[in-house]
Write a protein that binds this ligand. Sequence first.
Ligand code: ZN
Length: 163
Amino acid sequence: MSSFLFQCIDCGKHHVPAEVEYLCPDCGAARKPMQPLSGLLRCAFDMAAVGKAFTRDALASSKARGFARYAPLLPLRSMEMLPPLIEGITPLRVAEGLRAELRLSKLWLKDDTVMPTASFKDRASALAVAAARERGRTTIATASTGNAATALAGQAAPSAWRA
Ligand SMILES: [Zn+2]
């Protein structure tokens, strides 16, 4: 389990995750039409607590599946709500031709094409689905022109039958 609060990027105020949703109650309420969102929240982790739980030894000996191994760094109360498809641990591939063309001594590419919807956005979508499920939500939506929606649909679909 992670130890975090939400922090407003505008006023800096911290909020308990269970008490806010999407925006800072103070700054988000001041939003005007046709203006960018105010009061977006970011995760502020208690890094001292993370440092105690998330060590090289703990990571190496973890039996957790996929990116749930990084639980202390994920903004979820538990890993129970993560969709079953997410793995998140993808291979590094040697990119010899590109390495030579760029005249680099070494080059690897992270191969996220092996993710369930072939997108790195599966990780964020899995977190969004898990956070929604933690809040008891049964519907989730996104604005997307492409792979974010595919990733969200891919991560949400198997969660529906587990609800
Ligand atoms: Zn604020």
